[in-house]
Design a protein around this ligand. Sequence first.
Ligand SMILES: [Zn+2]
Ligand SMILES: [Zn+2]
Length: 337
Amino acid sequence: MKAAIFKGPYELLVDEYNLPKLDKKQVLIKVDVCGLCGTDFHIYSGEAPSNPPIIPGHEFVGTIIDLDSSVEGLSVGDHVAIDPNIYCGECYYCRHGKINFCTSLKALGVTLNGGFAEYSIAPSSQVYKLPKDLPFASAAFAEPLSCCIHGMDIASIKLGESVGIIGGGTIGLMMLQLVKIAGAGKIILIEPIKSKRETAALLGADFTFDPHSEYMNDRISELTSGGLDVVIECVGKSEAANLALKLTKKGGRIIVFGLSEKKDTMTINMQNFFHKELEIKGSLLNPFTFSRSIELLSTKKVNAESLNPVQFKLDNLSNILRSPRDFSVIKYQVSPN
Ligand SMILES: [Zn+2]
Ligand SMILES: [Zn+2]
C-alpha cells in the first residue's frame, strides 16, 4: 500500500509500505480521511516527540475491511474513528485514573503507525463505531473534538459566564461551539484572519476581534465588566497566553490548550496573579471523551461541515508540510484512497 513515512525532521516520503499480518485484537481499516493537525507540523519539524520511521496521522476514520477473530463488537464494513492514544493501564497515573499522564503512552500516528496511508492497523480498543450517515469528513474531527471536550471538562463553564477564545482555527472554532452548548453568556473570539472571524460569527460568537485592533482590550473589558470569566487559549504561543492573562477578570480561569513550541513561556506578574486569584490550567489529550465526541458530531450539536475541510491526496502531504502554512485554511484533510 501507499503510505507517508516520516523518517526524521523535515523528511517525509510517500512510498510503498508492506502491511504486517493482523495480530490478536487488531483491526484493518481502509482510511477514508485523516486530518492534518498542528501536532503533525510539530512532529515534522522535530518540535513534538515521535518515533521515526513511522506513518504519521492521528485523526483518521475509515471502513473496517478485516479483523482478527479475537475482536468482538466490530465487523467488516463498519465505519469507524480511531482514538490514537493508547494508555498502558499499569503505570502510576493509569492506576489513578489519570490516563492522559500515562508514562508509557503510545499514540497511533505519533509513536506508532497512523493514518496517512491507504490502510492502517489499530488495536480494537482504539476503534469506535460511527453511524453510517455521518460523513467521514466530519467524523475525522472526532479526535480533536475529544481533546476539546477534555478542555471543556477542565474549564467547567457555568451558565452565563463570559468566555474568550483566543484562536479561530479548528480547535478554537470547535471550542466556540462547545462553549455555546455549555451555556456561556458573552462569547468572544480573537483571531487575526478575517474569514475565520466570519466563520466564528456564523457559529455563534457574540463578538470577534482582530488581536491587532487598537482598542480590543478596552472594548472587551467594557463588554465584560472588567474581564472575561474564562479564557481558552487555542493558539499555543506566548503572545496568546500572555493576552489571556490580561483579559481575564478577577477570580477568572485560563485554560492553556494550544500546543506551543518548546521555547515558549508565559510571563506572570506575581502580584497580579495574587490579586486576581487566577486559576491557570492546562489540558492534555482526551481521557474518556472519545464517545462523547462522536455523539456531538452524530447529533450535529457540533457542526464540523462549517469548518470547510480542504482535502488533498497523500502525494501532496510533504508539499503541504514543507510550504509556509496557509492559516486561512481551517482544516486540511488527507484522503489517501
Ligand atoms: Zn491532533
Ligand atoms: Zn500508563
